[in-house]
Design a protein around this ligand. Structure first.
Ligand code: ZN
Length: 154
């Protein structure tokens, strides 16, 4: 094992530049106060998203993703439970700035995009209610805001 640099343990918080780092565990970059502030901001940003379920089957669900700034859905999620793991497929529509920073804190070395924050929302609102466990998520970017709809009967 490589020797630990003692300077890392003593470094100051990236946000306030005053207190010593203690969070997050293993990758300490923030003091506890600033970390809690950052988490609180992320929670506010996360609450701007709303997941609305519109198909509910025995072992699958489909949700539309809404953001408070736009009327139309900006994505969708399909969840399939194969009896062991959860398989999620997320499609992000081009009508929302998914790659933009979800928030800005002065001096913060680690921002997060809306797409990354959405993954937290999905974990809390979809994966946990399904019972948690092992899950796999694929994210696709759609070129069109609207789906091409086909209907049939055989
Ligand atoms: Zn701090």
């Amino acid at each position: 094992m490589a020797p630990r640099k003692s300077s890392v343990a003593k470094s100051k918080c990236a946000l306030c530049g005053a207190k010593e780092v203690s969070e997050p565990r293993g990758e300490e970059r923030y003091c506890r106060d600033c970390w809690e502030k950052k988490i609180a901001v992320e929670e506010i940003v996360a609450r701007e998203f709303a997941l609305k379920r519109y198909i509910r089957a025995h072992s699958a669900e489909k949700y539309l993703i809404y953001h408070s700034t736009i009327k139309r859905p900006c994505g969708q999620i399909i969840v399939v439970d194969d009896g062991y793991d959860l398989f999620l497929t997320m499609v992000l529509y081009p009508n929302f700035g998914w790659d933009e920073s979800g928030y800005h804190l002065d001096g913060d070395p680690e921002g997060r995009t809306f797409a990354e924050i959405l993954v937290d929302v999905v974990a809390t609102e979809v994966i946990e209610p399904w019972g948690g466990g092992k899950w796999h998520l694929e994210i696709f970017r759609s070129a069109n805001p609207d789906a091409e709809d086909w209907n049939g009967e055989m």
